[in-house]
Design a protein around this ligand. Structure first.
Ligand SMILES: *Cc1c(COP(=O)(O)O)cnc(C)c1O
Length: 401
């Protein structure tokens, strides 16, 4: 279902689109989106209902597959990502499920970075494997490995950049070229940057995946997701499947994410600037062995990250303390401002021990191979005062020296 769009200038920029696009014509003159908590929509007569169910007339029918709040969120996110279409989903993982169910069939093949979100690997390798979809997992940064993993039946290339928690950056344009040479599509999971920093379609990606749970909401309130792609792809491949499978975004969660998008750019830029300052400060701390943040000159793909991410490293960093689990735990437990949790993208800084949480289900050997050491700490930097965050980390770090 489409809604009339506000009459914005064609060259309106991201910050303007974020607060203006998607706003429907108001019924009562309201300046903020109304909330449409309704399961179904009423039709004026039986013939109109029949026409709407037959897709002969554009109208809202049932909130499993169409609701005004979901449309508003989709419209706004599509505007920010620079795609003509978008479909909201109940979570980031259900966006990836909808993607693979909509585009793949038994016998198809996927090439995926080995450093993507753990549940994405489980979905592709385990769950989709059951349905005859094969996946090859390759190095995030070695383009030659991607090229040699391509098969005649390869349909999708899937990547996340930067990765979490090691912040490895891949060359989106190079992977898009490999995908298109093979007649496949490049999918970029853009959770770590959000469109405020990185718009993957500008570098040739075909589809962008989001967990609205991260920066898009940005205030830790809801679980949500979305696929951004061309309107044709969304209408042909994803909307019909949403209607039959129902991994729907709730109107309330859509409303929350749409409001979150309004402040996305200011939040992500402020949080990223604080993350860079903290990364530099951590790099100079004697209790810290190594810092991972794409904004640091020491980062192996610093130049590429600056090109793809609007010159901004992002709001997530990781660092290894000198020592092992005991030392990492002591730094985490000494904090009084940061939340100990396993999320990021929140206005509240979140501190995580990846080896025992997000990567806890891997074997020690798999973790070593992935570079997730016991002394590693991840920080999703929020909007607290920067000096308060330094004091919070210094409390535990200084004690280790
Ligand atoms: C969190 C996350 C997901 C999954 O999103 P949910 O909303 O938790 O389902 C997918 N990809 C990345 C990169 C994530 O960080």
């Amino acid at each position: 279902m489409s809604i009339p769009r506000p009459n914005l200038p064609a060259d309106a920029r991201l910050e303007t689109l974020a607060v203006r696009d998607g706003l429907p014509a108001s019924r009562w003159g309201e300046n903020s989106e109304a909330l449409y908590l309704t399961s179904c929509f009423v039709h004026p007569d039986a013939a109109t209902a029949a026409a709407r169910f037959a897709n002969e007339e554009d109208a809202y029918i049932y909130s499993r597959f169409s609701n005004p709040n979901v449309t508003i969120m989709e419209r706004r996110l599509a505007a920010l990502e620079g795609t003509s279409g978008c479909i909201g989903t109940s979570s980031g993982m259900s966006a990836i499920l909808l993607l693979v169910m909509g585009l793949l069939k038994s016998g198809d093949h996927v090439v995926c970075s080995q450093s993507v979100f753990g549940s994405t690997i489980k979905l592709l390798h385990g769950d989709m494997g059951k349905f005859g979809v094969e996946s090859s997992f390759v190095s995030q940064t070695d383009v030659a490995q991607w090229r040699s993993a391509i098969r005649p039946n390869t349909k999708l290339l899937f990547v996340e950049t930067p990765t979490n928690p090691l912040t490895e950056v891949c060359d989106i344009q190079a992977l898009a070229d490999i995908a298109h040479d093979a007649g496949a599509l490049l999918v970029v999971d853009n959770c770590m940057c959000s469109p405020a920093l990185q718009q993957p379609v500008k570098f040739g990606a075909d589809i962008v995946i989001h967990s609205g749970t991260k920066f898009l909401d940005g205030q830790g309130r809801v679980v949500a997701g979305a696929i951004c792609a061309s309107e044709d792809l969304v209408e042909q491949k994803f909307v019909p499947l949403m209607r039959s499978c129902g991994m729907s975004l709730s109107p309330f969660n859509a409303w929350v994410v749409a409001k979150g998008l309004e402040t996305l750019s200011v939040r992500v830029k402020a949080q990223s600037e604080a993350a860079l300052q903290l990364a530099r400060w951590l790099e100079a701390h004697p209790a810290v062995d190594r810092v991972y943040h794409p904004g640091l000159a020491s980062h192996p793909q610093h130049a590429l990250a600056m090109k793809q991410q609007s010159g901004i490293g992002g709001a997530v960093l990781a660092f290894n303390v000198r020592g092992a689990r005991e030392q990492a735990f002591s730094v985490i437990d000494a904090t009084r401002v940061c939340s100990i949790a396993a999320n990021f993208g929140d206005v509240r800084s979140i501190i995580t021990h990846p080896a025992s949480t997000s990567h806890g289900r891997l074997s020690e050997a798999q973790r070593q191979a992935a570079g997730i050491v016991q002394g590693m700490i991840r920080l999703g930097v929020g909007l607290e005062n920067l000096d308060d965050l330094k004091t919070d980390l210094a409390r535990g770090l200084d004690a280790l020296v």
